[in-house]
Ligand binder design. Structure first.
Ligand code: FEO
Length: 402
């Protein structure tokens, strides 16, 4: 069982965080490699005349969740449960909580979440739909519900505690990893953690990037003093750092000189070509970040994706495999296309033995994205084609104004 954290994070209103560290997970959503793990955060608000539970944990931790919750309150005394988002990493413990509660609590959620609660758990009783901007007064505190669709599902909403400037964000503001602190009070903890926010945003929410920008715009006018997300750190010192970071990831703010280089190499031919590419990039003072799929190495696609937003350009080295694109690199490229379709220039180097098909498939995949291919360079087998490489890189750098 993962480490459980339970701490009062605000005195007025009295808010507790209930966090579990999931270090046994290997693939979030059965896709994303996360050796760093993830936390599930729920919150409990003990108000004079209401006890409000906000979200929950993944169902694997149901027993532990009830045990943890019971240290703070008798579950039967919970009067309201806010369900921000029904993805089971946040809602999985709800059936057991309701059972322990005797189904007395009022569930507050979006109209879409109401449908999903029925689909997932057959929960239909006491489900109260709230609308965008609706304010509900609970024990003298104003809970304002804001719909933030596609952040991460169409059901998703956040809650803003008006008198206190606290935003309960669920997926909004969350990140992977199990930080060794509960909140953002240490600069070094924040520094280490932010790349995992990037990784979560791109892998989980990246497909809906335009909605991140739209929804952030919606939150912009709120005086936010703290953000309590469903994963990772609680932000009660500098929530503006998190909001700025979110915006920069969604916008694809680049690091000067950073180039993402991704290639497959079965027998070293592509690697030889890419070594030449890297040598040239180095000569121009660029800072390549390299991800490789070979017979001895396999990069994590989740890491590849998390480096796309901050890269100025992307360079792919791909091979033809059975009249198609190499399957492992195809998996990575398709996920980049789905999740990280930023307006960035791209170079594609493709290598073949007797018939080149990889270039055509890359063109089809990338053609449906915002990524813009500056040049395709087709190379036979073990040839290096230094002149072609040099020209292509110079063309790419020109698009970057270098
Ligand atoms: Fe953390 Fe969309 O669930």
């Amino acid at each position: 069982m993962g480490k459980v954290w339970i701490e009062k994070i605000f005195d007025d209103p009295e808010i507790y965080v209930l966090r579990v560290d999931d270090g046994k997970i290997r693939y979030f959503e059965a896709v994303w490699e996360i050796p760093e793990g993830i936390t599930y955060n729920a919150y409990l608000l003990k108000l004079p005349k209401a006890t409000v539970l906000v979200d929950g944990w993944k169902s694997d931790y149901s027993e532990e969740f009830l045990k943890t919750l019971s240290k703070l309150v008798d579950p039967a005394e919970i009067t309201h449960v806010i369900v921000h988002h029904t993805e089971p990493d946040h809602s999985g413990t709800l059936p057991k909580v309701l059972e322990a509660n005797g189904y007395r609590a009022k569930i507050l959620c979006s109209a879409f979440a109401k449908k999903l609660l029925e689909n997932f758990y057959d929960i239909t009783e006491n489900v109260n739909v709230v609308s965008d901007g609706e304010r509900v007064n609970l024990s003298g505190k104003t809970f304002r519900f804001l719909m933030v669709p596609w952040l991460h599902w169409p059901d998703t909403m956040v809650t803003y505690l008006e008198e206190d400037g606290v935003l309960l964000g669920c997926d909004v503001g969350g990140g992977y990893s199990m930080p060794n602190a509960l909140d953002d009070s240490s600069d070094s903890v924040v520094r280490e953690y932010l790349p995992f926010v990037t990784k979560y945003v791109v892998t989980v929410i990246g497909h809906y990037r335009k909605y991140i920008l739209e929804n952030l715009e919606k939150l912009k006018s709120l005086p936010i003093k703290a953000i309590l997300p469903g994963h990772g750190l609680v932000w009660r010192r500098s929530p503006e750092i998190l909001l700025r970071h979110y915006l920069e990831v969604a916008q694809g703010k680049v690091e000067e000189g950073k180039v993402l280089v991704l290639y497959d190499s079965m027998y070293g031919f592509v690697e030889k070509l890419m070594d030449e590419v890297l040598k040239r990039l180095d000569g121009f003072g660029m800072k390549p970040v390299v991800f490789k799929f070979s017979d001895s190495e396999r990069s994590f696609v989740s890491d590849v994706l998390s480096h796309v937003p901050s890269s100025q350009a992307l360079i792919f080295g791909v091979s033809t495999y059975e009249a198609h694109l190499h399957p492992v690199v195809e998996h990575a490229v398709r996920l980049i296309a789905e999740k990280a379709s930023y307006e960035k220039p791209v170079l594609v180097f493709s290598v073949h033995g007797w018939a080149g098909v990889a270039e055509k498939v890359m063109g089809e995949i990338l053609g449906k994205t915002h990524l813009k291919v500056v040049e395709f360079v087709e190379v036979r087998g073990g040839k290096t084609e230094e002149a072609k490489i040099g020209e292509a890189i110079e063309k790419l750098l020109k698009t970057l104004g270098r």
